[in-house]
Design a protein around this ligand. Structure first.
Ligand code: DGY
Length: 325
């Protein structure tokens, strides 16, 4: 009997065709979720999963997947997958590193500029008919925050953090960083997180979400940020305490925030963040360009095809599963 691969979201035909050369495909409908109880039999039958970051693969979901041999996610982040549970069963998990670095850094820098210069707020102001003869250009009209000449604190100096540093250097910003690995990069002054938060005009988050980074930027740390600072998050929602950000904006401690990611996605309509005019929000589109998404799917399919051929995945987050066989 051929292997079955459960594909959680429909992919362009050419990708489904290459997977179909190696396995039978079971593609979920748009309104179906991997964890749906009605899908228990389909979960049990599958040997591999091709998923995205919206599919939670935790111990509950894994319970009835006794035939599972690999998971390939169309994402670089794998916080939606219980990797240690899969590693314990010798199951390889693939991801898509490298190909979304510049696209995500572009988004982070776009949010930084938009938050600093109140771009989304200005757009809404005009569309809402508020730009009138009596409310127009004056020396103090719609003042923002200088980007050039200010300090950017980068939390997490992996490839995306470094790409953010390159962009910021082009804008004449001074660069500071704190990173869990202690990595040093020329032109970026590394320092303790507390010092970075206290001295940076802009703080941009680029660490992966893990047990050690969950709630890293919590209320206590936000309180130590430089007054009038701007917080940017294109990493994962769970790293930043959203209610503390909203409170710090309300009391004027933070000037603005630019957010691509949220603790709960889609962000609930009643989130306090959405009430604040200086929060620029976008719906997790950090990597959303056609060419980058194509490259991500290319890697995810290459990972799945390798696994179906019995070869190691080229991009595997738990390669120890191959050596511990
Ligand atoms: C990822 O791949 O983890 C990104 O969040 C997608 O934008």
């Amino acid at each position: 009997m051929p292997n079955t691969v459960l594909v959680t979201q429909s992919l362009p035909d050419q990708y489904l065709d290459s997977l179909a050369e190696h396995a039978e495909l079971d593609v979920l409908e748009a309104d179906q979720h991997l964890s749906d109880s009605a899908l228990a039999m389909r979960r049990a039958a599958c040997h591999g999963v091709v998923c995205t970051l919206t599919d939670t693969i935790d111990r509950d979901v894994l319970q009835d997947m006794e035939n599972l041999e690999f998971v390939s996610s169309v994402s670089v982040g794998v916080d939606h997958i219980d990797v240690s549970a899969l590693s314990a069963r010798g199951i390889a998990v693939g991801n898509t590193p490298g190909v979304l670095v510049d696209t995500t850094a572009d988004t982070a820098f776009a949010l930084l500029l938009a938050a600093a210069r109140r771009i989304a707020e200005g757009d809404r102001y005009i569309r809402d008919g508020k730009w009138t003869a009596s409310k127009r250009w004056t020396p103090d009209f719609f003042l923002g925050k200088d980007v050039s000449g200010s300090t950017l604190g980068i939390v997490g100096l992996g490839p995306i953090g470094q790409a953010m540093a390159q962009r910021a250097a082009g804008f004449g910003m001074t660069l500071a960083s704190w990173t869990p690995s202690g990595r040093e990069v020329t032109g970026v002054r590394s320092m303790p997180l507390e010092e970075l938060l206290a001295t940076s005009d802009f703080v941009s988050v680029h660490v992966a979400l893990s047990d050690t980074t969950r709630n890293l930027i919590d209320g206590a740390r936000i309180a130590t940020m430089k007054p009038g600072a701007v917080l940017i998050n294109t990493a994962r929602g769970g790293i930043v305490d959203e209610s503390a950000v909203a409170a710090a904006l309300d009391d004027g401690h933070l000037f603005a925030a630019g957010l691509d990611v949220f603790e709960e996605e889609p962000v609930p309509a009643d989130s306090p963040l959405l009430k604040h005019p200086r929060v620029v929000v976008v719906p997790h589109i950090g990597s959303a360009t056609a060419s980058t998404r194509r490259k991500m799917v290319d890697l995810a399919v290459a990972n799945a095809v390798a696994a179906l051929r019995g070869e190691p995945m080229p991009y595997c987050v738990n390669p120890e599963v191959y050596t511990s066989l």
